[in-house]
Design a protein around this ligand. Structure first.
Ligand code: PLP
Length: 398
């Protein structure tokens, strides 16, 4: 066919298809950014629906399916869906599995915005009790006939408390409830929540899973029938993960095992160093014998405790500022789980909006700093902290 304005028309169509004679098997899955896939006619469209083929990206996308398959494998689940953030993995799961009148029991030391979202559920007639998840008697005491979900993080942000997933799963199941576990801090390299009895496992892939600080993404893994319920709502909410982020995170996850093991050993060394330093009043890290759930963590995680730790620095705001300024390798960043060590101050970031009395109940003080340990050389990392602490000592001595 010829067109009246050949060039203007062809500029829209040329160069849009791969030459089928030149394509072989790519070493890495290509990036499928196309919002839609063309179909030849109505029969072809029906055929695409029947085989769950790709028609529109909000519903199905090859890169998103790729990472979902990888997460299903890693979490040892039946199926997974990928969401555009960790928060949307949490919100989509809860909205899909709860109805008005239901009751939820959640750990009081969860990530601040998870707590904030759980609180918004009261608008839909869903009530939430926040408890100390490490105290099973307290958990049992608030479960009632309407309880549908028990919700916890494996290791909590930022207090590093460790939940006994097997015991909490038993409790949930004896009351016909689901246990949902946010496994972001431990990742499937260090812990399989589903194997220990959880019904749904959530990961913010933004963090350790992607590991390079350039993506926001989340995953939900569970039995196929639970994932189907969540997927049906996810498509309506529009919380499906972005193809490029899915592609990047798939690449990131390839090195998750290597990274998390190095981060865990660096974190144990740093925690041990900090615990013995006179300017540090407390260290929260499950790998330390002083941690209240160390024995549970040892049994549950087989000797690797992840890359996250928190500690309290003696002193005031000025001391904390001096310490942050004197760190060289370690940067203040509002994220975690990357290859470089980052530090944050929960009172000023993840728990910025948390009322004072709630922070006091959780144990979050103005002196608390949270570290996400990277894959740097261990000696360089310790030196970074040692140097920054020595500068405070110098100033105090003046
Ligand atoms: N879960 C935990 C434990 C987190 O720390 C975070 C964020 O820091 C989230 C969920 C939310 O993830 P995202 O920022 O990808 O929405």
């Amino acid at each position: 066919m010829t067109y009246k304005n050949e060039q203007n028309t062809n500029i829209l169509y040329k160069g849009n298809k791969i030459n089928p004679n030149r394509v072989s098997d790519p070493e890495v899955m290509p990036l499928y950014l196309s919002t839609a896939h063309n179909v030849a006619d109505l029969d072809d469209l029906q055929n695409t629906y029947d085989r769950k083929g790709y028609a529109y990206t909000r519903s199905h996308n090859a890169n998103r399916d790729g990472i979902a398959e990888l997460m299903t494998y890693l979490e040892q689940s039946e199926n997974s869906v990928i969401t555009n953030t960790g928060m949307s993995a949490i919100s989509t799961t809860l909205l899909a599995l709860l109805t008005s009148g239901d009751h939820v029991v959640a750990d009081k030391t969860l990530y601040g915005e998870s707590i904030d979202f759980l609180k918004t559920l009261s608008k839909y007639g869903i009530l939430v009790d926040f408890v100390d998840i490490t105290n099973l008697d307290e958990v049992a005491s608030v479960i009632n006939a309407n309880t549908r979900i028990l919700y916890t993080e494996t290791v909590s942000n930022p207090m590093m408390t460790v939940a006994n997933i097997k015991a909490i799963a038993d409790l949930a199941h004896s009351h016909q409830s689901y246990l949902i576990v946010d496994n972001t801090f431990m990742t499937p390299v260090l812990f399989h929540a589903l194997t220990d009895g959880a019904d749904v496992v959530i990961n913010s892939l933004t963090k350790f899973a992607n590991g390079h600080g350039d993506v926001t993404l989340g995953s939900i893994s569970a039995k196929a029938e639970i994932i189907e319920k969540i997927y049906n709502l996810q498509v309506l909410l529009g919380t499906t993960g972005d193809p490029f982020d899915s592609w990047l995170a798939t690449r990131g996850i390839r090195t998750l095992d290597l990274r998390v093991k190095k981060q865990s050993s660096n974190a144990l060394s740093l925690a041990t160093f900090l615990e013995n330093h006179q300017l540090i009043s407390k260290v929260y890290y499950a790998g330390l014998k002083s941690h209240p759930q160390h024995d549970l963590a040892e049994a549950q995680f087989s000797n690797q405790y992840g890359g996250m730790l928190s500690f309290e620095l003696k002193g005031d705001r000025q001391t904390i500022n001096k310490f942050l300024q004197e760190l060289n390798l370690t940067k203040y960043a509002m994220t975690l789980g990357g290859i470089r060590t980052t530090i944050s101050h929960p009172v000023s970031s993840s728990h910025y909006d948390t009322p004072e009395e709630e922070k006091a109940k959780i144990g979050i003080t103005d002196q608390l700093l949270r570290v996400s340990v990277g894959i740097e050389d261990e000696a360089d990392l310790i030196h970074d902290f040692e140097y920054a602490l020595s500068q405070i000592e110098l100033e105090e001595g003046e």
